[in-house]
Ligand binder design. Structure first.
Ligand code: GLY
Length: 333
């Protein structure tokens, strides 16, 4: 583990963000977020998109940090979605064994998930996030008004992670999602602020207890074993990350019911919510064998079966190794 500091989380409005004094500091942004703040001279602007999360860009960032003589007391700000947050946090953790890190997540998935909890990384050798460190940000600035301009698909992708987070530990948030779907869809600013903060509370509690994922942190992968496999098999871009996670949540509920772990009424409630938000929860039986093969290749796998995060009900979560036959049944044979 690299950083053992706590993260100071603050809300800011767009105006304060634009006026953020970063002179004499260093920042990393991307082509979508470069105008959200006045970037200090020498900042790096990455091309938006997953391809930017590369070893080469990490090296370029570190080279620039050295060139402009940053010291251990300097600040690096990462302004952007998950890619910018992950790569700038990786650079912050490595340079002089760690300097001050401020993250300003610009997407919903980065606000509710990527920017909190200290996972940093770049993709390497064909594997996602295979090189990285644990290094929590010193400061996390939440500007929920940035969410109003997100493309719809990206917003819905982040919302699936918010639903997952509610299932892990916030019954009130689940009820809000059920009762106020119109306001969620129209991105009511107060509601969004509330959703983001509630998710940060749940995730913050989990990572505070288990920063390096020796136990409970794995629960954050609820829906992800199925979801990652679907994403990998269906082909790039066919399912967004969140759409695949929503589909994976439905499968995890069904698997839990078939193993008599999950309360069937709870599983129906979760699947009904996902459908209320128009996520595709249909089984994809034609992909069964490829999905199973992809799950078996997952680097998190141990033992002979595949390990899944399953729930008895909201807030009661466990990791279970499941035999292939039972998984195949849930995938539709
Ligand atoms: N996104 C999962 C985690 O932070 O552990």
């Amino acid at each position: 583990m690299f950083g053992n500091h706590r993260t100071d989380v603050k809300s800011v409005d767009a105006e304060s963000l634009a006026g953020l004094g970063l002179d004499g500091q260093f920042a990393v942004a991307d082509t979508h977020t470069k105008d959200f703040v006045r970037l200090p001279r020498g900042s790096i602007v990455l091309q938006a998109g997953e391809a930017a999360k590369s070893w080469e860009n990490l090296r370029d960032i570190l080279e620039k940090m050295l060139e402009i003589d940053l010291t251990r007391g300097s600040w690096l700000s990462g302004i952007g979605g998950g890619v910018v947050c992950d790569i700038s946090a990786a650079a912050a953790s490595l340079y002089m064994r760690g300097l001050n890190l401020r993250l300003v997540p610009s997407s919903l998935v980065a606000m509710v998930d990527a920017a909190l909890g200290g996972k940093t990384g770049v993709n390497f050798g064909g594997y996602k996030n295979i090189v990285g460190t644990f290094y929590p940000a010193h400061e996390l600035l939440i500007c929920s008004s940035l969410l109003t301009s997100l493309p719809e698909r990206e917003y819905m992708s982040g919302l699936a992670e918010a639903i997952k987070t509610a299932l892990l530990g916030d019954p009130e948030l689940l009820t809000t999602m059920e009762d106020r779907s119109q306001d969620v869809a129209s991105r009511d600013p107060e509601l969004l602020e509330d959703i983001v903060w509630r998710c940060l509370e749940v995730k913050g509690g989990i990572v505070e207890r288990d920063l390096t994922e020796t136990g409970e942190r794995a629960y954050l992968n609820l829906g992800h074993t199925f979801g990652h496999a679907l994403e990998a098999v269906a082909g790039l871009g066919r399912w967004s990350h969140g759409e695949a996670v929503a589909w994976g949540l439905a499968r995890a509920m069904e698997l839990g019911v078939s193993l008599k772990i999950t309360d069937p009424a709870y599983a129906s409630r979760v699947i009904a919510l996902l459908e209320q938000y128009r996520y595709d929860t249909e089984r994809q039986p034609e992909l069964t064998s490829r999905i199973l093969a992809a799950m078996k290749k997952d680097k998190k796998r141990r033992g002979s079966g595949v390990r899944f995060v399953l729930q008895e009900t909201l807030g009661s979560t466990q990791v279970v190794e499941v035999d292939d036959d039972q998984v195949i049944q849930v995938l539709g044979g």
